[in-house]
Ligand binder design. Structure first.
Ligand code: MF3
Ligand code: CO
Ligand code: CO
Length: 288
């Protein structure tokens, strides 16, 4: 007799997209809520002078204390519990600590300490009971410049334009189109070099969830699909490059970049957001 492999319940579409069962939503809720709870706590830990490695260490401790696992530690050699992408870093920024590792450090440098007006994306992926919860949000140290605030607002709203296009019968192209047309309507640009992804009991699976596209193109959405939508939006041109650390992606024109990410499931009549903030802190304006 063959034992049913938990990881291969449900079925795959012809595009290789897993259709999950009704019971699987509970697993995604638990993982998504831990990621959201952690990001809620990050909000209290972003301030002028703070280092991104201190934020990452807090995140790693919270993951461990919850009895969960970080999906990013050990992923393709990545060594941190979060990606922290400051200002013109588009994604996959590596948390760093060049200031006061210890008291009276005469070699202390403040390169990685947050400065007034810095904007940052913090991206956390946790594994709870085998299910992945992946979410990211923007935070601000001190007071943002008006154009940075506008970028954050448009990026946030573009994610929700994409989410509103999620329902059975729509296509992935509909999601991309909703995001792209909204962003370009504000004369900002959508990053093409990185995309969202299917997830569930694996971190990155089909499909590629593009944040641009044409209506009616791409795979058709079906109830039981789980994926992220995570648009990266630049104030300048969309082109990116990856730095020599092989992770950090930056805008080629050094313009500011922002990103928000939710993990989502397709329901019978729409969508469920697994990574909603339990305290309504997803959008950074709560800080005011
Ligand atoms: N959480 C990121 C995503 O949204 C992936 C980070 S992979 C890492 O898909 F290795 F860079 F951490
Ligand atoms: Co993701
Ligand atoms: Co992520």
């Amino acid at each position: 007799m063959t034992q049913v492999n938990e990881q291969h319940r449900g079925r795959l579409t012809r595009d290789g997209i897993r259709i999950h069962e009704a019971a699987d939503f509970a697993g995604m809720q638990k993982a998504g809520q831990l990621a959201a709870h952690i990001l809620d706590k990050v909000a209290d830990n972003v301030f002028i002078g703070q280092t991104t490695s201190a934020i990452d260490q807090m995140i790693e401790a919270m993951v461990t204390d919850a009895g969960a696992t970080s999906a990013t530690i050990g992923y393709k050699g990545y060594q941190h519990a979060s990606c922290i992408s400051v200002n013109h870093v588009v994604c996959h920024g590596i948390p760093g600590d060049k200031i006061r590792k210890w008291k009276n450090d005469t070699h202390a440098r403040d390169d990685d300490a947050l400065k007034d007006g810095d904007i940052l994306n913090v991206d956390v992926t946790v594994v709870v009971d085998g299910w992945y919860g992946d979410s990211s949000r923007m935070f601000v140290a001190g007071k943002p410049k008006p154009y940075a605030e506008k970028l954050i607002q448009v990026t946030h709203d573009s994610l929700f334009k994409g989410i509103e296009a999620v329902r059975p019968g729509n296509t992935f192209g509909d999601i991309g189109h909703a995001i792209q047309s909204f962003v370009e309507g504000h004369r900002m640009s959508v990053v093409r070099d990185f995309c969202g992804h299917g997830l569930g009991r694996v971190f990155h699976s089909p499909p590629n969830v593009l944040h641009y596209g044409r209506e009616g193109t791409g795979p058709v959405l079906e109830e039981g699909m789980f994926f992220t939508i995570e648009p990266m939006v630049n104030l300048g041109r969309p082109e990116t490059k990856v730095l020599s650390d092989d992770w950090t992606a930056v805008t080629r024109d050094k313009s500011l970049s922002a990103q928000f990410e939710h993990s989502i499931g397709v329901t019978a009549d729409g969508f469920e957001i697994f990574t909603l903030s339990p305290t309504g802190r997803f959008h950074p304006t709560w800080q005011d």
